[in-house]
Design a protein around this ligand. Sequence first.
Ligand code: G
Ligand code: G
Ligand code: NA
Ligand code: MN
Length: 251
Amino acid sequence: RQLEFALRRALERNELLVHYQPVVSADTETVLSFEALLRWNSSEHGLVNPAKFVPLAEDTRLILPIGEWVLREACAEATRWPDHTKVAVNVSGEQLLDPHFASTVVSALAMTGLPARRLEIEVTESIFLRDATTARATLEQIMGLGCSIALDDFGTGYSSLDYLRKLRFSTIKVDRSFVQGAAQKNPESLAIIRAVVAMAESLGVTTTAEGVETESELDIVKALGCTKIQGFYFGRPMPPEDARLLFSPRF
Ligand code: G
Ligand code: G
Ligand code: NA
Ligand code: MN
């Protein structure tokens, strides 16, 4: 395929970029972290949607070199932020099951000088479907380095609670579909967010409400007790220069 051929060249042609989306505290509305989100500006295909090229990168295993690049790029960028600010990097199953993944993380931290406690790795439930034992072992290695692990898109996959018992996630990210539902007073969405927040609290895990776009969505997820908020309401994924400005005093 043509897109695959172009993606093979994307790294060396410097066509890949990382954008950063703020995650704020529900209490103080200050920035706690940024999620790194990959973007591809292809010379042939223009801006390509990650929903399209990330799966292609996974199928072709190009996600391995690309993911390594994202990790280094994001860690390097985070060294410019205030010391308490984390960066969250998405990692696919292909990356996590790669035997070199842990050493990729070690070298990204070493090369950039970012302390491990400032790097969060985001995984989805789907990584546990293929080889849960290896996935868990690798995540434990990463946690051993001092990094934290977030469980992304919670509630949309298989939602086995088994890995919540076995792994110490630092954050559960409540999928945007529940946030939207809750703001529309959908009783099932409300009940599910309540249950997730209660479970997270008793496990000592924080919760991030994803995809908060409106004030009514913000109000409801705050009322439900989510600890962190991410979404267009506070900021879209933005170039690193713009993300840095969020730390500068405004006039
Ligand atoms: O950026 P956007 O909001 O459109 O993201 C679309 C999808 O691509 C999300 O599911 C996100 O997790 C995934 N994605 C974005 N950046 C990365 C990345 O650096 N690595 C991996 N593996 N997935 C990513
Ligand atoms: O799968 P993951 O949760 O990693 O993907 C994050 C995706 O959600 C990115 O594509 C990002 O651009 C998108 N996103 C983040 N905030 C919002 C939001 O408020 N509304 C919508 N529609 N999408 C969002
Ligand atoms: Na994510
Ligand atoms: Mn998500």
